[in-house]
Write a protein that binds this ligand. Structure first.
Ligand code: M6R
Length: 369
């Protein structure tokens, strides 16, 4: 069943190009128009929506954080992303014009289920993004957009995450389409570029040997930090979560701009810091900022591991280790930038002698609050 791989996790990482392609299949027309007839919330209801709220846990929450960037950028609707376990306890403001997007691989996560029940009681519409056909969360939602990752067996979520991202981009683009958001060239480029992603993820997977080697050299470390900006920030959080759950190491993700507000005090000689560099094309202000962040980190003795787009030369002088990823539009970068972090965590955990498919203290789906 592991298809020749040493673990389900390795197989599921390798399955990602197909999982992404399957999630796109039949949903994007040749003209770039989206066909999401399965989202059974009538267009007039979607046109009335004045706020989007995304709820999820763990890795799905990180997908939700990225969804916020995509939804706000593409639709200009305000969007907030909240941990499902916190959501209903803060008495959130919801009504019939709120669209709640509940993201869950299993469709059985109790925190997410309770959040969506609360949202529906307040009159909000709920759209589930889910990987498990007929599970509780889609059954209790107004509509569902299934991710087609196939069954995910390893406790650590990998291919489900990438397909959740794809589904969230589709939701953002579909909302834009239905609501008549002006389709700029940038958005058209995003639609076109999505179909390239399976090939680009394959490309990343083919270049992972140096990442595995690096991971093995870090097996005896106590701490690894991850930093990013914009959509690279949730990617940093996801990289840290993977390392915690698989390698049982202290790992933290930060927004790079926050470093100087405290976390930079953690950096000392030889501390590994993984930096997700935004594309130098497009919003280059972000890129300039990350270059100075890397300089600051390195000046304090950190060992920098920089994940940067092909052709990004500005980061080279400050990278102790450089991991190249294909050039894609900023919004889509998490689809290619997360892959090396999954491989890194899996290899590091294996080097530490851990069981990667079934980490200690964890269950695949958390059906208690
Ligand atoms: O099934 P769900 O997507 O609702 O699960 C949510 C989290 O429990 C899950 O993503 C968890 O964080 C993973 N173990 C992360 O790898």
């Amino acid at each position: 069943e592991k298809g020749g791989y040493a673990s389900f996790m390795l197989k599921e990482i390798a399955d990602q190009p197909k999982a992404v392609a399957d999630t796109l299949l039949g949903r994007v027309g040749t003209s770039g128009a989206l066909h999401l007839d399965e989202v059974r919330i009538p267009p007039h209801v979607l046109r009335e929506v004045d706020k989007v709220v995304v709820v999820a846990c763990g890795t799905a929450f990180h997908a939700g954080m990225i969804a916020k960037y995509a939804i706000e950028h593409i639709t200009r609707l305000p969007c907030e992303t909240e941990l499902a376990s916190e959501f209903r306890y803060r008495d959130p403001i919801l009504d019939a014009r709120t669209l709640v997007v509940a993201i869950s691989q299993s469709g059985e996560t109790m925190d997410t289920l309770m959040a969506l029940r609360h949202a529906r009681e307040q009159g909000a519409r709920v759209l589930a993004v889910c990987n498990t056909n007929g599970s509780t969360i889609p059954r209790e939602s107004d509509a569902v957009l299934y991710t087609h990752a196939g069954p995910e067996v390893a406790v650590a979520s990998t291919k489900a995450f990438l397909t959740q991202l794809v589904a969230c981009y589709l939701v953002a683009l579909y909302l834009g389409q239905v609501r008549g958001t002006k389709w700029g060239d940038e958005i058209r480029a995003v639609v076109r570029q999505l179909s390239e992603i399976p090939r680009q993820v394959e490309e990343v997977l083919g270049t992972m040997e140096p990442v595995r080697e690096l991971a093995r050299t870090l097996a005896d470390r106590d701490t690894v930090l991850f930093v990013g900006r914009h959509v690279g920030y949730p990617v940093a959080l996801e990289g840290a979560l993977k390392l915690k759950e698989l390698a049982y190491m202290h790992a933290e993700g930060f927004a790079a701009g926050e470093l100087k507000h405290g976390p930079i005090a953690l950096i000392d000689e030889g501390l590994p810091v993984v930096v997700i560099a935004p594309s130098p094309r497009g919003r280059s202000v972000l890129h300039d900022k990350i270059v100075s962040n890397i300089q600051e980190i390195r000046a304090r003795g950190a060992r920098t591991v920089v994940i940067a787009e092909e052709g990004d030369e500005a980061v080279v002088p400050y990278a102790d280790h450089l991991v190249r990823i294909p050039a894609v539009p900023t919004l889509l970068q998490p689809l290619v930038a997360t892959v090396p972090l999954q491989v890194f965590a899996c290899e590091l955990a294996t080097a530490r002698g851990n069981e990667v498919d079934q980490p200690r203290n964890l269950a695949k789906s958390v059906t208690v609050e």
